[in-house]
Design a binder for this molecule. Sequence first.
Ligand SMILES: Cc1cc2nc3c(=O)[nH]c(=O)nc-3n(C[C@H](O)[C@H](O)[C@H](O)COP(=O)(O)O)c2cc1C
Length: 154
Amino acid sequence: MKKVNTNNFKKTLGKFSTGITVVCVKNNNSIYGKTVNSFNSLSLDPPMVLFSLGNYSSSIKKFSKTKFLSINILSSKQKKLSDNFALTEPNLEDIKFIEGKNKTVIIPNCIANLECELIEKIKRGDHIIFICKILKLQSNEKLKPLVYFNSKYF
Ligand SMILES: Cc1cc2nc3c(=O)[nH]c(=O)nc-3n(C[C@H](O)[C@H](O)[C@H](O)COP(=O)(O)O)c2cc1C
C-alpha cells in the first residue's frame, strides 16, 4: 500500500465507475448547473440522496442557498451536457429546460430526473455534502446510462 497524495487519491478513486448527473438550481430566474458524479442514494424511507460539491466551486453559494434543486441523471447520449456543465460558465442556450415543481428546472431526455428538497448541508474537508429529499421522480427505461471510469466516458 502507498502513502496517500492528491494524485494517487484521484487515480485510485477513478477506478470506481459512476453514473453522471447534472444538478440544477434556479435562483432569481437564473439557472445554474454542475456536473456531479458524487451522487448516491442515501435512504429509502424517507427517500433521500446525496452528492458533494467542492467548496471552491464558483457556484457553491447558489447551491448552498437553494431550497429546491433537480438532479438529472445523464444518458449515454449526453456526454456534451456533462462537459458543458463542468464549465464555470456553461452554455444554457440550447437546453430546453422543463419547469418542475417548486421552481426546479429539469433537463429533458435524461435517463432519470429527481426533483428534490435540500434538507441538510454538511461541510467535510474541502467539500460540502448536500442531503436531499426526493419529492418527484421519473425514469426512462429505453435509454442507457452515461458511465464515468478512469476519467473517461463509457
Ligand atoms: C464527470 C465529472 C464529474 C464531476 N463530479 C463532481 C462532483 O461530484 N463534485 C464537484 O464538486 N465537482 C465535480 N465535477 C467538477 C465540476 O463539474 C466543475 O468542473 C468544477 O466545480 C469546477 O467548476 P466551477 O468552479 O465553475 O464550479 C465533476 C466534473 C466532471 C467532468
